[in-house]
Design a protein. Sequence first.
Length: 83
Amino acid sequence: MSTVLTNFETWKHFLADRVSQAKKMGLTEDTIANLAFEIGSFLDEKVDPKNDEERILKQLWDIGDETERKTVARLMVKLVEKS
C-alpha cells in the first residue's frame, strides 16, 4: 500500500475503488464509515505521512476526539464518492 500513499490523488482513487466495492457488496454507509475510521486509526498509528495532504489529515486526526475522527473518516468517504 505504500505506493498508494505516496500521491494523494492515487490514495483517493484507491479509496474510491474500495468504497465502490463495499457498496456493491451491500455494506451500509455506516459500516463503510466505520471501516474508514478503522483504516484512519491504523494509518495514524503505523504510517508516516508521505505528502502535505496526509500531514494535514494526520494533524486533524491527532487533535480530534473519537467523534471528530469519525467525522473526518465520513468526510473522506464523501470526498472520494464525489470525485
